[in-house]
Ligand binder design. Structure first.
Ligand code: SAM
Ligand code: SF4
Length: 332
């Protein structure tokens, strides 16, 4: 499947739910989301049917996200059926990790290939401030569980925000002794039309990856460590990250720069929201309703909506970042 700008689109991110067991300040309002009703959200069967059609048109990789994908009932069964769809080569997940100690084993058995765990700070007080309800130890236990059951790679995604003053070196050091791939992601002021994010953090809170790398290396050298060097291997899983590593480390340190370096020319993805809208671009509110097609039409109609969304993929996001929906509703 190629879009009108010649990019091969083979990756679909699926938001399984807009609900979450956290309330991260930059992602969800404190009172939680105005939850989609049972009828509004796609059933697991509808999602599976869409993936069958998408795979026939060249989608090879699926990432399950949300909201928190692990709060959706039946996620194991969905993974099991997705991995047996012809053309689907891998199914991965982005999670806050809290339910992994309980679920990692069954997710692995169902065929989930890899997990990304979101963690923005190693300070327990700050963790609680950011997530409003979460405990750092729970997400750390989720990372341990993911490694224990043998997911490979296990990536830890940290959103970098200037005003949070995170200890970036401490994060990067998580890659030293275990095969963890730490990735720093520039904060994106989404969730308010004006581009002044949900938490009231604006563009001034973006820490550009270049600055971040310089800071980590300066702190590493001051601590008597060798600086990061370009990694001789990339952890599996296509992605727009640039990977570095500490010499001799088991894992890597990646930098994802949606704000300072547009990687739109390498974009290979479509997104499906929990209520059945296909979004051609994270940063644009343009959406294509595939739910109606799934409920009323034949597979041809589902494919038509998919191709319509594909055809609407913009060449780049042109610095427009404000959106109607929050990340939890888009599926980050
Ligand atoms: N609940 C799961 C989790 O937290 O991993 C999956 C959904 S969450 C929306 C996916 C990712 O989006 C998380 O890593 C989160 O930190 C990130 N995210 C949410 N809002 C963001 C924003 N405004 N800028 C950058 N990343 C954001
Ligand atoms: Fe939930 Fe993930 Fe959003 Fe945090 S970032 S509120 S864990 S969906």
């Amino acid at each position: 499947m190629k879009d009108s700008h010649g990019r091969v689109i083979d990756y679909l991110r699926i938001s399984l739910t807009d609900r979450c067991n956290f309330r991260c300040v930059y992602c969800m309002p404190e009172e939680g989301v105005c939850q989609m009703s049972h009828e509004e959200i796609l059933s697991l069967e509808e999602i599976e049917r869409l993936v069958v059609v998408a795979a026939e048109h060249g989608i090879k990789s699926i990432r399950l996200t949300g909201g928190e994908p692990l709060v959706r009932k039946g996620v194991d069964d969905l993974i099991r059926s997705m991995t047996s769809i012809p053309g689907i080569e891998n199914v991965s997940m982005t999670t806050n990790g809290v339910l992994l100690p309980r679920m990692a084993e069954s997710l692995k058995a169902a065929g989930l290939n890899r997990v990304n765990i979101s963690l923005d700070t190693l300070d327990p007080v700050q963790f609680h401030e950011i997530t409003r309800v979460g405990k750092l130890e729970d997400t750390l236990a989720g990372i341990d569980a993911a490694l224990e059951v043998g997911f490979d790679p296990v990536k830890v995604n940290a959103v970098t925000v200037r005003r949070l003053d995170q200890d970036f070196l401490a994060f990067a050091k998580l890659s030293l002794d275990r095969p963890l791939h730490v990735r720093f992601i520039e904060y994106m002021p989404l969730g308010q039309k004006a581009g002044d994010g949900l938490a009231g953090w604006g563009p001034e809170d973006v820490v550009p990856s270049k600055e971040l790398l310089e800071r980590i290396n300066a702190d590493a050298v001051a601590a008597g460590m060798e600086p990061l060097v370009p990694a001789d291997r990339n952890p599996l899983g296509w992605g727009p990250a640039k990977y570095m590593a500490f010499p001799g480390a088991q894992g890597t340190v990646g930098f994802i720069s949606p704000m300072s370096r547009h990687f739109c020319s390498e974009c290979n993805r479509l997104r499906l929201t929990a209520d059945g809208k296909i979004r051609p671009c994270l940063f644009s509110d343009e959406e294509y309703d595939v739910r109606e097609a799934l409920r009323a039409g034949a597979d041809d109609e589902v494919a038509r909506v998919l191709m319509q969304a594909l055809g609407a993929k913009p060449d780049e996001h042109h610095d427009k970042v404000g959106t109607e929906r929050n990340m939890s509703a888009i599926g980050g």
